[in-house]
Design a protein around this ligand. Structure first.
Ligand SMILES: Cc1ncc(C[n+]2csc(CCOP(=O)(O)OP(=O)(O)O)c2C)c(N)n1
Ligand SMILES: [Mg+2]
Length: 325
């Protein structure tokens, strides 16, 4: 039986999902102004995964991510002002305005970065775990990957090496069924994604990625396994992207997914479902929700103001902070 979860943790899960949702909705609202010039891959609908997993970590652990990185950066505690400034291409951004939405990094919270080439951050994360093991640290490194990453050779090389060396790494696979417009059934044979990790010898769990409480519990189990020195774990979480693959709009009109499929998944809203459950348990009240909404709104408005009023990078910046090309 699963242990009951502390009310403070439940409230934190709820607030963080709410906060990330409102932050990305702000991006949706402001994107048409065309001041954010980078592509954005929104995580609306998938927030419970970032929040549940990060809740199970210690401050000393490491997190890496991919092109759909907002939720991961924010759930890990990445600075919100520097987040918006980055998306606005400003020098005060978390990547000095050079990276945009797909290249977020905040070393102060051990968020070791996101890169958009599919699968590319997987060996980097595996290397971080290798370094930590080598230095005899007790940390866990988490890498968030999409379902398409298991189609990249580098994923298999990485997890093979991680199992061989029993590295302290957690691969979190957000299975949202799609790689851009292509459904999983048209890309992979009929088998569970998790079976691939199992075949490599990793400790494997699967769960409902739209239920933050389940995500948290599964992630905690995986992290405990890793911290006991038993080697890597792979957590496959089912979820669904609500908006277009890239950008602030919807793309259901293209016809690559059915209205029924989309609406069925919309009913599994990680925010509303958690809200309903916490209200019925008496952990959350409508007063608390209003308070949280206000707190998030004020913080977001401040951060956007900061980003908009920040300066663009000055002078020739192409060669500064470049370590390889
Ligand atoms: C190596 C590589 N191939 C193709 C692309 C183009 N691309 C960007 S995101 C993406 C889909 C990735 O799907 P998934 O990993 O499931 O993440 P999701 O977008 O569903 O969150 C693709 C094919 C890329 N960035 N890198
Ligand atoms: Mg996907």
């Amino acid at each position: 039986m699963t242990q009951p979860i502390d009310a403070q943790i439940l409230l934190s899960l709820y607030f963080q999902i709410l906060r990330i949702r409102r932050i990305e909705e702000k991006i949706v609202e402001l994107y048409p102004q065309q001041e954010m010039r980078c592509p954005v891959h929104l995580s609306i609908g998938q927030e419970a995964i970032a929040v549940g997993v990060c809740q199970s970590l210690e401050a000393s652990d490491y997190v890496l991510s991919n092109h759909r990185a907002h939720g991961h950066y924010l759930a890990r505690g990445g600075d919100l002002k520097r987040f918006f400034a980055e998306i606005y291409g400003k020098e005060s951004g978390c990547s000095k305005g050079r990276g945009g939405s797909m290249h977020l990094i905040d070393l102060s919270v051990n968020f070791f970065g996101s890169t958009p080439i599919v699968g590319s951050s997987t060996p980097v994360a595996t290397g971080v775990a290798f370094a930590e093991r080598y230095l005899r640290q007790k940390t866990v490194t988490v890498i968030f990957i999409g379902d398409a990453v298991v189609e990249e050779g580098v994923f298999h090389e990485s997890i093979n090496f991680a199992v061989l060396r029993q590295l302290p790494i957690l691969y979190v696979c957000e299975n949202n069924l799609y790689s851009v417009y292509t459904h999983l059934r048209d890309r992979q044979p009929r088998r569970e994604i998790s079976s691939l990790a199992q075949a490599h010898g990793a400790f494997t769990l699967t769960d409902d990625g739209n239920d933050a409480v389940k995500v948290y519990a599964s992630s905690k189990r995986a992290v405990e396994h890793i911290r006991q020195g038993k080697g890597p774990a792979f957590l496959e979480l089912s979820t669904y992207r609500w908006r277009e693959h890239c950008g602030p709009n919807y793309d259901n009109d293209i016809g690559y997914r059915t209205t029924k499929e989309y609406e069925d998944w919309r009913k599994q809203d990680p925010l509303e479902n958690l809200q309903g459950s916490l209200l019925s348990q008496g952990v959350l009240t409508h007063g608390k929700i209003d308070q949280m909404e206000k707190t998030a709104r004020l913080e977001i408005d401040e951060a956007v103001k900061f980003a908009k009023s920040s300066a663009f990078p000055k002078g020739p910046v192409q060669e500064s902070d470049v370590y390889a090309n």
